[in-house]
Structures are given as C-alpha cells and as structure tokens.
Design a protein around this ligand. Structure first.
Ligand SMILES: [Zn+2]
Length: 308
C-alpha cells in the first residue's frame, strides 16, 4: 500500500501565487542539474496545479500507484490574499473532493490560529465538512504550540484528528524560527493524544525532529521535499535517511510528496521508485530492508490514519 500524507489540493491558482510557488521547483530543478525556465514552469503550474474536483489528483495517483492521499488546504493570515471567507471556501472544496472519494482521499483543513474566528472555522471544517484534522504553515508567523494554536489543537485532539505542520527552513517571507521542529515539543505534554506529522521533518534540520520523535510517541514526520536531495545527491540522501531512521525509528517516517508542486520537475512515480529501489541500489555500507521501504511508503501511514 502506498500512502501520500502531504498533498496540496489547489482549487484555484492566481498567477501571482503561481509565480511565488514556482521558485521551489525551479530551485529543485537547478540543484538537480536540469535546465529550467521560469516562464515555462509558470505556464506548466497554471495548467497542471489547479484541481477543484480532484480529477488531476486521482489521475496522478493512478499513474504513480498511490492508494491513498491525505490532502490539505492552507490558510496564512499574514498574507493579504487569504481571508477567512476564502479559507473556508477553499476548505469546503477540498473537503468535498475527499467526501466523494472516501476510500482514496482524506482532507485536512487550513485554518490560521491567529484568526479570531479560527475555532469556529475549524469546528465547521471537522463537524460539517467532514475534514479529519488540521494543516499549519506556522512559518507564516505563529508558534504552533502557542496559546492561539492551543485552542485549535484542543478541538483536533477531541475529534481524534491529526495535525500536519510545516517544519524546516524555507525562503523568505517564511519566518523560519516558527518552523523549528523544537516548537513541537510542548504538544506532547499539552496534547498527548494528538497525532502530529512534522511535514518535511525539518528538512536539512531533521535532527531536532528525530531527537523529539525518539521520545514523543505521537510525533511523526514526512519525506516531502527530500526528493530533491535524493535526485541531486543520492548518496547523501541515503546516509541521511539511514541516520534519521536509526535515530527516530522507521515507524515514524512517512511518505509524502508536497504534490503537485514538484511533479512539474519529476513525476511522483520516479520518487516512489527511488525509495522502492533503496534495498538494491543504496551505496555500499548503507543497508535498507524491504520491510523498511514498505513501512515508509504506506504501512506506517495506514496504521496512523486507520486505513484498512
Ligand atoms: Zn506542503
């Protein structure tokens, strides 16, 4: 079973947002030694990312052999483009895609905890729209374990939902200090039953995540964005993955894509194949087992999300 725990379902894509987001695949492509043209990528993004019905997602899952996807919406209150109304419209559309495909897709709500109406927005997402948890981008400027966030996490925990929260350095205007995995330490104390997925495991800064995941039973991490490292510097990726598994335990590592953002650089299927091939192709001195690969690609997520 293959499960992607981190996918952005984008109902609509204004050109200015495409221009901002495309910087990431552009950097990824260049680090992989590919020729990449900004204007071409913007065009590809505008054509392939907006997906209000989930049709494109289902097609890409079929092509890559992904059985189940956890999709999310994002709400960043510091960005003027986002209003509470827009956030809820987006949440409703994303939730509807999951509601129509319950055996393939589940949805996490994007609600910025700094909004005065955030608790009501989240309750509507969980109780009315049927969403299964919350997605944070705290690097927009808030502490994921701060008092405003706690009001939302109480609701998520009560509903048995999960929190997927961005961790790791990112380019400006990301306020990286709020994406430090260390900020997730208090969650294990204040919300011991809350299941938390640290998106990207802190990326290059994965050690603080691993240090916490060793001790926090409900702290997990996803491999989204590690594909760039894997394609650009395969041996380094293998060492890093081996080390982080050895520190945190393989059961804490989940497959994720951050799709559809990077699929304009490399199809998701290639990323999956690279992980499947680890037992056979990892450089001398680094060993991965089939069991580890199966756990990472889907077994761990299936247990965490309660998939049959
Ligand atoms: Zn993401």
């Amino acid at each position: 079973m293959i499960v992607d725990v981190h996918y952005h379902l984008i109902p609509a894509l204004p050109k200015v947002l495409a221009e901002h987001l495309v910087e990431d695949p552009l950097r990824a492509a260049r680090s992989m030694g590919r020729k990449a043209d900004r204007e071409t990528m913007i065009k590809q993004a505008l054509e392939s990312w907006p997906d209000p019905t989930g049709e494109k997602l289902l097609a890409s899952m079929k092509e890559a052999g992904i059985d189940f996807t956890c999709v999310c919406a994002v709400d960043n209150a510091a960005n003027e483009m986002f209003t509470p109304e827009l956030a809820q419209t987006q949440n409703k559309i994303v939730a509807e895609v999951a509601r129509k495909n319950p055996d393939r897709i589940m949805a996490l709500a994007g609600v910025d905890p700094r909004r005065p109406t955030a608790p009501d927005m989240l309750r509507q997402c969980l109780e009315e729209f049927g969403m299964k948890g919350l997605k944070y981008h705290p690097d927009d400027g808030y502490d994921p374990s701060g008092p405003e966030s706690s009001k939302l996490l109480e609701i998520v925990q009560k509903h048995g939902g999960i929190l997927l929260t961005h961790t790791g350095p990112w380019r400006p205007p990301s306020r990286c200090k709020y994406a430090d995995p260390r900020l997730l330490a208090d969650l294990a104390v204040d919300f011991p039953d809350l299941k938390v997925i640290a998106a990207h495991m802190g990326q290059i800064d994965w050690r603080p995540w691993a240090a916490l995941a060793t001790h926090q039973p409900n702290l997990y991490g996803d491999l989204a964005a590690f594909d760039t490292l894997a394609f650009a510097h395969y041996e380094l990726f293998c060492w890093e993955l081996r080390d982080l598994i050895d520190y945190a335990g393989v059961s804490k590592v989940l497959f994720g894509t951050d799709g559809p953002i990077f699929s304009i650089v490399e199809p998701v299927g290639t990323w999956i194949q690279l992980i499947k091939d680890l037992p056979a192709k990892a450089p001398p001195g680094i060993r991965f087992t089939e069991e580890e690969v199966n756990a990472i690609l889907g077994g761990n997520a299936a247990s965490l999300l309660g998939l049959g």
